[in-house]
Design a protein around this ligand. Structure first.
Ligand code: ARG
Length: 599
C-alpha cells in the first residue's frame, strides 16, 4: 500500500514540478486510500482545482489502483483485492503492525508524579494513563524510553504532615492504623495508614484557618526536615514508604510501570546547592523580596519572575525541577522529555524551560509540557486540602461493580466473571479519559465516566471478544492465531503474534463492508503516529472505535461461518477476523486496556 502511495507521489511530483506533494487520508474508505488536494497547485498554475484534478486523474496511471477525481481532490483507490492483500500481509505477519524499529531517539516520559501522603484521586488518572499511553507509543515507535515519576516527596506539605502527626496521632495511635472515628463515610477497605495520614493533613488545614499560628509549627517542622533532624527524617521516610506501598498497589491494578521510583523531588536535595551555584555563576540569580532569589524572564516575554529560593532559605518545587532537568541531561542525554502534568502548571513549565534554555542552549526544543485539563466536580475544582475529592479507586470499583451486574444478568455462566469485569470496568474509565481531548477540562459525573454503551472502551473490547468467539467456533488453530505469544505487562509495548499464513485467495473480501473494515485497519499506524505527534491518545481511541464499528458492519453483512460459504470465502473472512483482533488488542494495549477473549 505504501508503495502505491509512493508511486502516486512520484507521478504527481513529475506532473506538478515545484509543488509540495502531501497526501491525505480520506475520511472514509469509499473515497479511496489516499487523497491529494489540488487547491495549492491549481492556484499556482492559475487553474480551477476541480479541473486540475480531472486532468491529473485522466493522465496518471498507477498499477493496482484507480485514480478518481472528486471535486478538487484526486483519490487513489486501491483495487479491492490489493487492499485486502496489503492489509492481511501487514497484520498476519509477525512484525508488529505499524511499529518502527529503533529511531535512536531517547525519550523521557515523566508522568503520574503524585504527592506523598495524599490518596490517588480521579485527577491522577489523567497524568497516569495519558503518560502511560505516551510511553507505550513512543516505545512502540522505536524510541529508547525512560519512564520517570517525579514523586512529590519533599516540600512544605511535609511540615504540615509532621506537625499534624505530632499533634494528634503520635501519642494515641503511633502506627496510624486505628482511630478512623471521623471517617465514618469511608468504606472499610479504604481505612489504611495512608488514609489516616491524608485525614491528618486535611484536619490540619481545616484547623489552621482558625489558628493561623499553626502555620509556624508546620514551617518549623519542614525546616527541621531540610536541616536533617533525625526524627523528622525518620518520620518522613516512614510516610513515604506508607504512600509508595499504596501507590504501587494502584499502579499494579492499572498495569502501569516506571523505570524508577527513586527520582522524586527528595532525590534532588543534594543537587540543590550546586544548582543554585550554577544559576548564580551564569548570572541568572537576582534578589527578590526579603532575601528570596528569583530569575527574571521578562526578556523572553514571561512577566512573572521565577522564584527559586524562599526568603527563609528553603528550597522549592521550582529549584528541584531545575536540578532534575540538569540531572536528566547528564544521566539520559535525552532528545525529548515530556512532562505530563495538569494545565494548572503551564506557567511553571514555561518558566522552567526558559531558565533551562538560558542555562544551556542544549535544552532548546527538547522539553515539552503536555498539559491536560482538570477533572472537575459539578460543584467545582477538587481540592485535597478541603477534602472534596473523588478517589480513583472508588471510580474503578464502581465501574467494575456495574459491569459485574450486567454480566450476572446477561451471561451468568461466563467463566472468570470477576476478572473480566475488572478488565471492562477499567477499560471504560481509561478509554473515556483518552477519548476526551486532553486539554479540555472534564466535569466528572459517574454516568459519564463509567458509561458502558456508545463510544466506550467496552464497545471496542466487545468487538474483540466477539471475534475471538467466532474464531473459537471456526475450530482448527484459528483462535490461536489471535492469541498473544508474550506476557502483556508494562515492560513491553508490543503484542507478539505468530506468523500466520495468508489465505489462498481474497475472494469474499470484495464486499464494501469488508473493504470498509480494511480501510479502517489501514488507519491504525497513522493514528499511533498521531498520538506521538500530538501527545494525546485521542486519535488512537477514535481509530479503535472506527475499527470496531466497521467490524460490526462486516459481521452483519458478510457471513463468516455460514454453511453455504465456499471454503475460500470462509478462510479469507476468518483471516480478516484474525487481523482485526490483532489490531484491536494491540491498540488497546498501547492505551493500557486489556482485551478479554470472552465477555
Ligand atoms: N507532584 C506534582 C503535583 O502533584 C506534579 C509534579 C510534576 N512534575 C514536575 N516535574 N514538576 O502537582
Amino acid at each position: 500500500m505504501e508503495r502505491l502511495k509512493e508511486d502516486l507521489r512520484k507521478a504527481l511530483a513529475l506532473a506538478l514540478p515545484g509543488q509540495d506533494i502531501a497526501l491525505e487520508r480520506p475520511r472514509s474508505g469509499d473515497m479511496g486510500d489516499a487523497a491529494f488536494p489540488c487547491f495549492r497547485a491549481a492556484k499556482a498554475m492559475g487553474k480551477n482545482p476541480a479541473q486540475l484534478a480531472q486532468e491529473l486523474a485522466s493522465t496518471i496511471r498507477i498499477e493496482g489502483a484507480e485514480l478518481v477525481a472528486a471535486g478538487p481532490y484526486i483519490n487513489l483507490k486501491l483495487h479491492p483485492e490489493i487492499r485486502a492483500k496489503a492489509m492481511l500481509e501487514a497484520l498476519l505477519g509477525s512484525t508488529p503492525y505499524g511499529s518502527a524499529s529503533a529511531t535512536g531517539e531517547t525519550v523521557i516520559v515523566e508522568y503520574s508524579s503524585p504527592n506523598i501522603a495524599k490518596l490517588f484521586t480521579i485527577g491522577h488518572l489523567r497524568s497516569t494513563m495519558i503518560g502511560h499511553a505516551l510511553a507505550q507509543v513512543n516505545r512502540y515507535l522505536g524510541c529508547k524510553l525512560w519512564r520517570l515519576n517525579h514523586l512529590g516527596d519533599w516540600g512544605t506539605q511535609f511540615g504540615t504532615l509532621l506537625a499534624a502527626y505530632k499533634r494528634w496521632a503520635e501519642a494515641d495511635n503511633p502506627k496510624l492504623d486505628q482511630d478512623f472515628s471521623w471517617a465514618d463515610e469511608i468504606p472499610e477497605k479504604r481505612r489504611s495508614p495512608l488514609f489516616r495520614l491524608f485525614q491528618l493533613y486535611v484536619r490540619f488545614h481545616q484547623e489552621e484557618e482558625q489558628s493561623p499560628e499553626m502555620r509556624d509549627e508546620a514551617r518549623l517542622w519542614f525546616k527541621r526536615l531540610e536541616e536533617g533532624d533525625p526524627e523528622a527524617r525518620r518520620l518522613w521516610k516512614w510516610f513515604r514508604d506508607i504512600s509508595l506501598a499504596e501507590f504501587q498497589r494502584i499502579y499494579d491494578r492499572l498495569g502501569v510501570g516506571f523505570d524508577t521510583l527513586e527520582q522524586g523531588e527528595a532525590f534532588y536535595e543534594d543537587h540543590l546547592k550546586p544548582t543554585l551555584a550554577r544559576l548564580a555563576s551564569s548570572g541568572l540569580l537576582q534578589d527578590g523580596d526579603a532575601g528570596a532569589k528569583i530569575i527574571d524572564l521578562s526578556d523572553v516575554g514571561i512577566q512573572t519572575p521565577y522564584l527559586v529560593q524562599k526568603a527563609d532559605g528553603t528550597s522549592i518545587y521550582a529549584t528541584r525541577d531545575i536540578a532534575a532537568a540538569l540531572f536528566r541531561q547528564k544521566e539520559y542525554d535525552f532528545n525529548r522529555c515530556l512532562y505530563v502534568v495538569g494545565a494548572d502548571q503551564v506557567l511553571h513549565f514555561q518558566q522552567l524551560f526558559a531558565v533551562m534554555n538560558k542555562l544551556d542552549p542544549w535544552f532548546k526544543g527538547r522539553m515539552l509540557h503536555t498539559p491536560f485539563g482538570m477533572i472537575k466536580l459539578p460543584e467545582g475544582k477538587m481540592s485535597t486540602r478541603k477534602g472534596n475529592v473523588i478517589f480513583l479507586e472508588d471510580v474503578l470499583d464502581e465501574a467494575v461493580q456495574r459491569v459485574l451486574a450486567i454480566i450476572e444478568e446477561k451471561n451468568p455462566e461466563l467463566p472468570d466473571k470477576a476478572a473480566v469485569a475488572e478488565m471492562l470496568g477499567m477499560g471504560a474509565v481509561v478509554f473515556f479519559d483518552a477519548l476526551n481531548d486532553r486539554v479540555k477540562s472534564i466535569t466528572f459525573t459517574w454516568d459519564r465516566v463509567i458509561a458502558l454503551d456508545g463510544d466506550t472502551g467496552p464497545y471496542v473490547q466487545y468487538a474483540h471478544a466477539r471475534i475471538c468467539s467466532v474464531l473459537r467456533k471456526a475450530g482448527g488453530d484459528w483462535a490461536a492465531k489471535a492469541r498473544p505469544q508474550n506476557v502483556l505487562d508494562s515492560e513491553t509495548s508490543i503484542v507478539e503474534y505468530k506468523d500466520a499464513s495468508l489465505p489462498a485467495s481474497m475472494t469474499g473480501l470484495e464486499h464494501p463492508s469488508a473493504q470498509a473494515l480494511l480501510f479502517e485497519l489501514s488507519g491504525l499506524p497513522e493514528a499511533i503516529c498521531t498520538v506521538q505527534r500530538e501527545n494525546m491518545a485521542t486519535a488512537l481511541a477514535r481509530q479503535l472505535l472506527a475499527i470496531a464499528k466497521s467490524f460490526s458492519g462486516f459481521y452483519t453483512n458478510c457471513p463468516i461461518l455460514h454453511a453455504d460459504n465456499p471454503p475460500e470465502v470462509r478462510e479469507s473472512r476468518l483471516a480478516l477476523c484474525v487481523a482485526t483482533a490483532r489490531a484491536l488488542r494491540q491498540g488497546l494495549f498501547l492505551m493500557g486496556i486489556k482485551a478479554p477473549e470472552e465477555m
